[in-house]
Design a protein around this ligand. Structure first.
Ligand SMILES: C[S@@+](CC[C@H](N)C(=O)[O-])C[C@H]1O[C@@H](n2cnc3c(N)ncnc32)[C@H](O)[C@@H]1O
Length: 319
């Protein structure tokens, strides 16, 4: 019986792992996570509450010698996106966080897994471009160069969660690497209709309703932004909306990117943590052992499970 061994870097709460394991199970392939690393203790708590193999999850990857990592077939890494995000300072590798990519590269160099899946914000593609007309920026080209130099064939595409049955407009770049040339194609959009009602809970505590002060602050800010000619402001949705905005790791701050309309003259409300989990396609039984604040951060940082499942389904079809 084949057993696929994999490692889970920048593991967060294990969204990429969950998508991989679900797909392997569907194909009746056994799997084993042989190493995981996540620096944040609250994410590690959620991870260990849900993945019962109870193997240790290490902390800071920069402190790990790649030689101690067991051999594996697949490397997973949704490396931190702060340095590359639209809203960030756009400094890329000059930012210390950007250099975490080199920790991935070091492991690939020493362990040479057959495949990897990397995930990042869409903006990674054009980050640090010299000319607005350039298709790729310096950051992506450097990453591409390093990965190809390590012997990998690369396949990349931006996928949107709303195209895979989940009511969230979330565009992320996925980079698949394979030591052998393979006939890999990213999944096509499913085009199944989505509705926000699919992720909403029925009975929601009134603590999720935003205060009058916060609501009027959102309205004022939107007015000011509109006058300045930029469209940024809160995003409001109801059960009939086809999809929400992207849930980000900053959702805990004021939740303005996704507010849910309420009846009877009530102010809008935030998503509950379970709704945030639903919006990323996590299963109902996924345990959320942390505070709301941490949960929003964790789900905002994670991935949309059905997107990962589809990518791996296509990858396993190439075998
Ligand atoms: C974009 S999130 C990845 C989330 C993950 N894909 C998931 O499904 O939850 C990046 C993660 O990298 C972690 N991280 C940042 N620096 C790290 C480091 N030096 N070592 C290990 N993990 C780190 C962050 O705490 C964060 O959880």
């Amino acid at each position: 019986m084949v057993k696929v061994k994999f490692i889970d870097l920048f593991a967060g709460i294990g969204g990429i792992r969950l998508g991989l394991e679900n797909t392997l199970a569907k194909h009746k392939i056994k799997s084993k996570c042989v190493f995981a690393s996540e620096i944040d203790k609250f994410s590690r708590l959620t991870y260990l509450s849900n993945f019962k193999d109870k193997h240790q999850i290490s902390g800071d990857i920069t402190k790990i010698n790649p030689n101690i990592i067991p051999d594996h077939d697949i490397l997973l890494a949704g490396f931190p996106c702060q340095a590359f995000s639209q809203a960030g300072k756009k400094r890329g590798f000059k930012d210390a966080r950007g250099t975490l990519f080199f920790d991935i590269a070091k492991i690939l160099d020493v362990k040479k897994p057959k495949f990897f899946l990397l995930e990042n914000v869409k903006r990674l593609i054009t980050h640090d471009r010299k000319n607005a007309k350039d298709k790729y920026g310096n950051t992506f080209l450097r990453i591409k160069y390093i990965l190809e130099d390590l012997g990998y064939n690369l396949y990349w595409k931006v996928l949107n969660s709303k195209d895979f049955g989940i009511p969230q407009n979330r565009q992320r770049i996925f980079i698949v690497g394979s030591l052998n040339k393979i006939d890999f194609k990213f999944p096509d959009p499913l085009k199944t209709p989505t509705l926000v009602s699919e992720i909403l809970e029925l009975n929601v505590d009134s603590k999720y309703t935003i205060s009058d002060k916060l609501w009027s602050g959102h309205i004022e800010r939107k007015k000011r932004n509109r006058l300045k000619g930029n469209g940024f402001g809160y995003g409001i949705f109801n059960k009939n909306s086809t999809h929400t905005n992207t849930i980000s790791a900053r959702y805990y701050k004021d939740g303005s990117e996704i507010l849910i309309e309420q009846n009877n003259g009530k102010n809008p409300r935030r998503l509950t943590p379970r709704e945030a989990a639903n919006l990323q396609g996590f299963p109902k039984e996924f345990i959320i052992p942390v505070s709301d604040h941490q949960a929003y951060k964790q789900f905002g940082n994670s991935v949309t499970i059905p997107v990962i499942e589809k990518i791996f389904s296509n990858l396993f079809c190439t075998f």
